[in-house]
Design a protein around this ligand. Structure first.
Ligand SMILES: N[C@@H](CCC(=O)N[C@@H](CS)C(=O)NCC(=O)O)C(=O)O
Length: 216
């Protein structure tokens, strides 16, 4: 299976797919998409009109997938080594998918909106929205703190798709507003994620781009 991942090294949802690929040693070719380049953007939008990465293309079957969770579902279906990211047990798999949704919708998306506001020009900012997203993020982080204080991974003892989702969401949430003092259990889980070789590699590859991350 020849896989090509269209991604950007700073993009949080691309991190989620990369963690899954590195975690499982699934071979793939990475292609960086620079959306600030008009030609590259146009080519990318032709491939995926919503213009969001990551996108995974299986060049053998011609199938292409946006959406980080679906990319992980696809590799875990096609590659035996990746299957452990989504347990075979259906109840456990549901827990993993639920946790994946929690991290994407209640941590990642809130963080992404707050960062998005930093990119808006003065006069077009949305302080009411930012205050609301921060409050919502805070509620989600308190749940992470409650559930993760004792150690382990998002849904138990094995590293799954839910941890792939948690890593970028918590990393960037902590950049936006450091949560270690208020939520030490969540911070310790983030430390465990950052020590995981798959995520450590993603962070190392992103390091040359970190200067482009908008800081307030
Ligand atoms: N639900 C999507 C979200 C993808 C997404 O928001 N990607 C961002 C980067 S982290 C993106 O492509 N942003 C570019 C843009 O909106 O122009 C997923 O899970 O893959």
């Amino acid at each position: 299976m020849a896989l090509r991942l269209y991604y950007h090294p700073l993009s949080s949802y691309c991190w989620k797919a990369l963690i899954a690929l590195y975690e499982t040693d699934v071979p793939f070719e990475g292609e960086i998409v620079d959306l600030s380049d008009a030609d590259a953007r146009e080519r990318f939008m032709r491939m995926t009109p919503l213009g969001k990465f990551p996108v995974l293309v299986d060049e053998e079957t011609g199938k292409g997938f946006p959406e980080s969770s679906i990319i992980i579902e696809y590799i875990s279906m096609k590659q035996p080594g990746a299957a452990r990211l989504i347990p075979a047990d259906r109840d456990l798999a549901l827990r993993v998918r639920l946790s994946d949704r929690f991290y994407d919708l209640y941590v990642h998306d809130k963080m992404q909106k707050i960062v998005g506001d930093r990119l808006r020009p003065a006069g077009a900012k949305d302080p009411t929205g930012v205050a609301k997203w921060k409050d919502e993020l805070e509620v989600a982080l308190s749940l992470v703190d409650r559930d993760m204080a004792e150690g382990g991974w998002a849904t138990g003892l094995t590293f799954t798709m839910a941890d792939c989702a948690a890593a970028p969401a918590l990393y960037y949430a902590n950049q936006v507003s450091p949560f270690g003092d208020l939520h030490p259990g969540a911070a310790r889980y983030l430390d465990r994620l950052m020590a995981r070789p798959s995520f450590a590699r993603v962070l190392e590859e992103a390091a040359p781009y970190f200067a482009n991350f908008p800081r307030d």
